[in-house]
Design a protein around this ligand. Sequence first.
Ligand code: COA
Length: 330
Amino acid sequence: MSATISAISHYLPPTIIENSYFENYLDTTNEWILKRTGITQRRFLLEGATSDMIVPAAKRCLEMRRIKPKEIDCIIVTTVTPDYSFPATACLVQDKLGCKNAWGFDISAACCGFLYGLITANAMVNSGAAKKVLLCGADKMTSILDLNDRSQAVIFGDGAGVCIVEQSDDPRLGIIDHVAHIDGSGGKYLRKEAGGSHLPPWHSAVKLEDHYIHQEGQAVYKNAVSEMSNAVLELMKRQRMKKNDITWFVPHQANMRIIKSVGEKIGLPDEKVVITIDKFGNTTSATIPTAISLLNEERKLRIGDNLILASFGGGFTWGSLLLKWNPYVK
Ligand code: COA
């Protein structure tokens, strides 16, 4: 038995923010952003919250799969920008979509959210705890970004990616294996301190600007390159895969240079490495499902294709996953 992605879609807000936008008010240039990050533009959600990006992507997914909302029995939302501290964004999505037979919950794993969500959904389907999981990776990063800090303002964007996870018609296809790790000692390099029980969202926290992301870019960068590569190589070794067996490498999109370095460490040619960061920046939980959804829209996925997903994020959190593409279900 194995679980698979039976439908996948994404939503990106219509407002495009070019690099020149930041040149207008920050000490930065289009050249610097392009050279150091590979980003040319990103999308900002000007009105609404994270669930407002999930809902259109989820509706499209249900249409693709030709099922009604009531057939979804579990909703998982992975995000670090939930609409509220609670109720969980999964509850809001359940209500907005009318998934009256679903339960659900949120997962907080920063840029690894979708990967951990896929591992969780796979385990639930395989155990029989759920039949059709609506897995939503979404973040409104502009709600926690310090737009006056040039080292973070330019790299993030907003977006959502949604898929349905259910039992594959062929147990040799679908979600086959994964590697997942956390290391809490890396938490200090990428965090948002205020808003939780440690530092409630009071005036004092806002004055100290602790309600924004705090990022030490170099430390995150170095760990991202080494741990994403290690996670992929560990998975390939266990699955006895050679680099030629990989059809698509779908990495989390945090920085073009990180992606290129990881691709080189695995020994992959550029054409197998999926890139979306140039147009959308880092949308945290949404990068991987958006990339897969675009591959699917562009008809670049064939049954049995080996997709290796890999991610690294705040926590630190990281991992990899082998998905043998198959949208067909029992
Ligand atoms: N425009 C111009 N200069 C900038 C800049 C910008 N947008 N952002 C940072 N700089 C400057 C720094 O202030 C620093 O200046 P200084 O030498 O005068 O102090 C200089 O560029 C080098 O800074 P550094 O942090 O070493 O740059 P970098 O090449 O590492 O790029 C990041 C910065 C943030 C793009 C990069 O470190 C990165 O992508 N890190 C990983 C982040 C990440 O993955 N986050 C999400 C987690 S998944």
